[in-house]
Design a protein around this ligand. Sequence first.
Ligand SMILES: Nc1ncnc2c1ncn2[C@@H]1O[C@H](COP(=O)(O)OP(=O)(O)OP(=O)(O)O)[C@@H](O)[C@H]1O
Ligand SMILES: [Mg+2]
Length: 465
Amino acid sequence: MSETLLIIEDEQLLGSELMRHFRHAAWDVVWAKTFKEARRHLFDRELDPLVVLSDINLPDGNGLDLLDEVRQHGGRGEWVMLTGYGEVPDSVRAMRLGAFDFLTKPCEQDHLDLVINGAARGARAQRRLQDESENRARRYMPESFTGRSGPTRKVRELLTKITQVPFSALIITGETGTGKGLAARIVHHGGARAQGPLVEINCAALPHELLESELFGHEAGAFTGARGRRRGLLEQAHGGTIFLDEIGEMPVDLQAKLLKVIEDRSLRRLGGEREIRVDVQVLAATNQNIEEQVRNGGFRHDLYHRLSVFKLELPPLRERIPDIRDLLPRFVAEFNVIAGKKVSVIPDEVWMRLESYNWPGNVRELRNVVERCVLFATDQRFPVGWLQLGSVVPLSGSERGAGIEEDRLCLPLDGSMGLDDMVGQIIEVMLVRHGNNVAETSRVLKTTREKVRYRIEKYNIRKPE
Ligand SMILES: Nc1ncnc2c1ncn2[C@@H]1O[C@H](COP(=O)(O)OP(=O)(O)OP(=O)(O)O)[C@@H](O)[C@H]1O
Ligand SMILES: [Mg+2]
């Protein structure tokens, strides 16, 4: 595909010479002979040239005024200014307006080629960056947090609000696979800092010392092995966002340092004296019960309070089952493209099984299940056989349809079990889990021993041997 070069030049001879030359070099050349004509191309016809080669003094206007106007309207492309007068103030203004280069006539063709090629390279790189960031912005909008359920709608509303206000810190909580990473990307790419960097780090992935130097950076010789100086991730995120995943795993002394960075908006590298200003928005995520961690001293309460001014809680998928109706087609479409399949028929049995499963791995698990099924599909039907959802282990001695699945107790909702039986079942399972210890069982169930004993009697629970 040839790229567009707009030549703005009123001199007939030079203009036609340039046009001939650059056409020959495979450019799609448009030649405007006046200010007005150039304006028409750029604004009325939305020409969007990759490079503009423009004379400054035109009979009906000034090339720099045009560049100024284009930039004010967010126009892209590199501009190379050409003038026969080469006045100093003009070249200064050209540079200030971000012109790629400023050449005086007459200009050697070889030199001009060099400059135009350089401008084209720059403009292409700029375009790529802009396209990428637009793609990301499109991919990560509050609407990309898919799902029709009430809780998910609330999440989307909150995401929309959060992307509209400037804030310094936000905590995202939720079980594994509930979309914390996705939410963080939406907050960054959908917000005012989208043009700035998004730097991610998983606090659980690095040992203490490494995490500290990764985050805060270091000066040469700050510790054994610290050869050169290094900017930390917080510095790299300047003007943008840092996403601290699994913040619950951050050592307590680093939590204190992080709090200081958020409050002072500055930091010192390890072994450094100088305070370096950093303007970052902090997103922190955790799948642990962070309030519990704060209570038992595993997490600093001051940092928690600083982070939780804005709080985004992502409910587990089992509490928003209707979302599956939207998530499933979305993931099917995604994997159809990747695997070159055409799955389009979802049998009722698939819906039924997906909607009655309790999804310990949440949306990530659903996505993985869909991936497997689409990959192994042999026709348009979504294959039930590949669902392989974790099976529920029936409770021994229970004919009541209840079962245990890892850390969960499943109770039938089809009316086959009444409330008393359910409560009895809960106490029975907990007693088994806690070695028949009534005190421990009542503690875990957050009730009193008397109540547990009373219910053992009432529901006639067989104490397991
Ligand atoms: N509401 C949603 N709509 C569309 N995709 C989603 C949604 N929620 C999660 N996903 C997708 O599910 C996968 C898991 O989500 P993500 O990685 O954000 O989870 P997480 O909460 O960060 O998990 P972990 O705690 O394990 O890091 C990702 O591919 C994500 O894009
Ligand atoms: Mg994650």
